[in-house]
Write a protein that binds this ligand. Structure first.
Ligand SMILES: Nc1nc2c(ncn2[C@@H]2O[C@H](COP(=O)(O)OP(=O)(O)OP(=O)(O)O)[C@@H](O)[C@H]2O)c(=O)[nH]1
Ligand SMILES: [Mg+2]
Length: 339
């Protein structure tokens, strides 16, 4: 099916939408949309518009316009210094969880690239129908090849899938949170690791446990997240809440989702579309908007870009701040017990 708009179709859409940038998000009919849009109709309340090209082919576009003043402040020049100077955390163990292909492994690669000074690909990343990451991996990051390790360890996991018995197992997530899973554990979607298996860490210490959970979500897929996947994410979030571990959402692929951001990453907090997606993911996952951080991973570049780097680093700063709060919380708990 051809999803290219003719010049006149494009003109008709834009005549109703006003001066906005259109970007094809997905072919609605291919993602299960069977109805005939009554409209080709576009309301100003929604960030997307549905357009019927033919009765068989409906397209969803996003409509991004630029907000005059950025709605969140970001210090494009000084983020790296803040990271190096202000980290009081000795070692934050951050778990990356999210649907298949959302960009978990790419996020670690991107952060590693920033500190190596060139684009790296230590963790295997790419596109596949099932999760490409099959092992539980813990990665540390050094400031330069021979530099000091940063106070953060990333735990990369297999992608979540909507169907039961496929993708990362919820019981395995519990074991990871509590620090029982060894590095390089081979995930098995049909059976979780039990306490008698070899490699199971029986008495994990605080350093082995997860201190911050990061949900990695593709910005292009927020509005088409399958309900079963959303349920899985919510079940995980409830578990994490009960354990008092801080959580944040990393919204990836913002370049693919919004042409304004693709043009210039600095437009991130000026894009109405990205703002709407951040609000939507915050509502769907039940985390406050202040815990949603957009990033553009290094995915096709050979060289680093200072603005992408700044966004990536500001995500790390949030993770370290959250971990700091978590450690404060734990030490308060212990001091209360001693009293
Ligand atoms: N344009 C763009 N592409 C991205 C971004 N992040 C990741 N990708 C691409 O998305 C694809 C999937 O990325 P991965 O990092 O393998 O995703 P994952 O979440 O680790 O996937 P699994 O391990 O299979 O669950 C790769 O082709 C990446 O290059 C991003 O921010 N922007
Ligand atoms: Mg991966």
């Amino acid at each position: 099916m051809n999803s290219m708009l003719t010049r006149s179709q494009h003109g008709t859409i834009c005549s109703q939408l006003g001066r906005v940038k259109l970007q094809l998000l997905y072919k609605a009919s291919i993602h299960g949309f069977t109805g005939q849009p009554s409209t080709n109709d576009v309301t100003t309340a929604v960030p997307q518009c549905l357009w019927a090209i033919t009765p068989q082919l409906c397209l969803f576009f996003n409509r991004s316009h630029s907000i005059e003043r950025p709605w969140r402040i970001i210090h494009w020049e000084s983020v790296k210094n803040e990271l190096k100077e202000n980290s009081s955390v000795s070692q934050a163990r951050v778990l990356l969880i999210g649907p298949v292909g959302a960009g978990k492994s790419s996020f670690f690669n991107s952060i590693n690239s920033v500190f190596r000074g060139h684009v790296t690909s230590q963790a295997m990343a790419g596109c596949f129908t099932a999760s490409l990451t099959r092992q539980f991996r813990t990665y540390s990051v050094k400031d330069g090849r021979k530099g000091k390790p940063l106070p953060i360890i990333f735990c990369d996991t297999m992608g979540l899938e909507e169907s039961t018995g496929a993708g990362l197992d919820i019981e395995d997530i519990s074991s990871i949170l509590k620090g029982h899973l060894p590095d390089r554990y081979q995930f098995n979607p049909s059976a979780s690791l039990d306490s008698d298996s070899s490699g199971y860490l029986k008495s994990p210490e605080l350093k082995d446990k997860i201190h911050c959970v990061t949900y990695v979500i593709d910005a292009c897929k927020v509005s088409i997240m399958p309900p079963k996947l959303e349920e899985k994410l919510n079940a995980i979030r409830r578990k994490v809440n009960l354990m008092g571990i801080p959580q944040l959402v990393l919204l990836t692929k913002v370049d693919e989702a919004c042409p304004l951001v693709k043009e210039d990453v600095k437009n991130i907090y000026k894009s109405s579309y990205i703002k709407e997606m951040m609000q939507e993911v915050s509502a769907r996952l039940g985390v406050p908007l202040s815990c949603v951080v957009p990033v553009k991973n290094y995915s096709e570049e050979l060289e680093l870009d200072p603005d992408c780097t700044t966004l990536l680093l500001s995500a790390i700063i949030q993770m370290l701040r959250f971990t700091d709060n978590y450690f404060d919380d734990i030490s308060d708990k212990f001091s209360n017990i001693e009293v």
